[in-house]
Design a protein around this ligand. Structure first.
Ligand SMILES: [Zn+2]
Ligand SMILES: [Zn+2]
Length: 256
C-alpha cells in the first residue's frame, strides 16, 4: 500500500473559533473535494457550554452544502481547567457526533504554556495535576478521541527530564483508553509546533497506545485551508507502525 494512504482528516477548525480566518464550511468542503478526501470531521472548539450553538450552526451549514466528501460535525471540547479531574467544560455531549477532548490548559491555573519556561506551575506539581487530569479524561466513555496526546506535557515541562515518568502515566492512560474505546490522535499541527528532537518521544506515545489496543486516528488540526489533509508527520508514523494500524472513520464507527 502506498505510504500516503490517508483519505480522511478528522480534526478541522472553522473561522468561528476566532483564530482560523477564511475557514468557512464552504472553503473546507471545497478543499476536501479538491484533495479527494472521503471523510472529514469539522471539530471546532467548545470552550464553554454555550459554544454548542456554534457546532449546531456548523451542522446547519454542512447540511446545505454539496460535496462528495462525507462530513462529520464534531467538536474539540476543552478539558475544564478549573479542575484537575479531567472533566470537560460541558457534559452535554450526546448530540455531538464526534467528541475530541482538548487538553490545552494547565489544570487549576488555566495557563497555556508555550514551553517549560512559560509554565507558571512547578514541574513536580504540574506532573501531579497532569496525571490526574489525563487519567480522568480517558475515564470518560463519552469521549471518542484524545486530541494531540503529549502536547500540553511537552509545552509545560522539560521532556528530557520527565518523559520516563510521563510514559508510566501514558501506560495507565492507554489501558483506560482501550477499555473506554477512546482513540488517540496523530495530530499534524503538534508536529509542526514541536521541537524535532522530540519526534521520537511522540512516536513512543503512539506506539505505546497501539500496543495497548488503543485506536490511532489522524487529524491535521487545520486552522487554514492549505493544511487540510496534510500528512507529513502522520506518514512518518504510518511508515513505522504500518498503515493497517491507523484507524479509519469507518473503523472508528463514525460512518454508518
Ligand atoms: Zn487542541
Ligand atoms: Zn484543534
Amino acid at each position: 500500500m502506498a505510504v500516503n494512504s490517508l483519505n480522511y482528516d478528522l480534526h478541522i477548525h472553522t473561522e468561528y473559533c476566532g483564530h482560523a480566518g477564511g475557514m468557512t464550511v464552504d472553503v473546507i468542503c471545497k478543499r476536501a473535494d479538491e484533495l479527494g478526501l472521503e471523510t472529514i470531521a469539522i471539530t471546532d472548539h467548545i470552550s464553554q457550554p454555550n459554544d454548542i450553538e456554534i457546532i449546531k450552526r456548523i451542522g446547519d451549514e454542512v447540511s446545505r452544502i454539496e460535496t462528495n466528501c462525507k462530513v462529520i460535525v464534531g467538536a474539540e471540547v476543552d478539558v475544564d481547567a478549573e479542575y484537575d479531574d479531567g472533566r470537560l467544560v460541558t457534559g452535554a455531549l450526546d448530540d455531538i457526533d464526534y467528541v475530541i477532548a482538548g487538553f490545552h490548559y494547565v489544570p487549576l491555573i488555566g495557563t497555556y504554556p508555550h514551553g517549560p519556561d512559560d509554565c507558571e506551575m512547578q514541574a513536580d506539581e504540574f506532573m501531579k495535576v497532569w496525571q490526574k487530569s489525563l487519567l480522568g479524561i480517558v475515564s470518560n466513555p463519552k469521549i471518542d478521541t484524545l486530541a494531540h496526546p503529549g502536547r500540553l506535557l511537552a509545552f509545560s515541562v522539560d521532556l528530557d527530564v520527565f518523559f520516563d515518568d510521563a510514559l508510566c502515566v501514558f501506560d495507565d492512560a492507554a489501558k483506560l483508553s482501550a477499555k473506554n474505546n477512546i482513540a488517540w490522535e496523530i495530530n499534524e499541527l503538534t508536529y509542526f509546533r514541536m521541537d524535532r528532537r522530540f519526534d521520537e518521544h511522540f512516536y513512543k506515545i503512539s506506539k505505546l497506545a497501539l500496543d495497548h489496543g488503543v485506536k490511532l486516528v489522524f487529524g491535521t488540526d487545520s486552522h487554514f485551508p492549505e493544511s487540510i489533509g496534510k500528512s507529513e508527520y502522520a506518514n512518518n508514523i504510518i511508515e513505522r507502525l504500518g498503515a493497517e494500524n491507523i484507524s479509519t472513520p469507518g473503523g472508528m464507527g463514525l460512518i454508518k
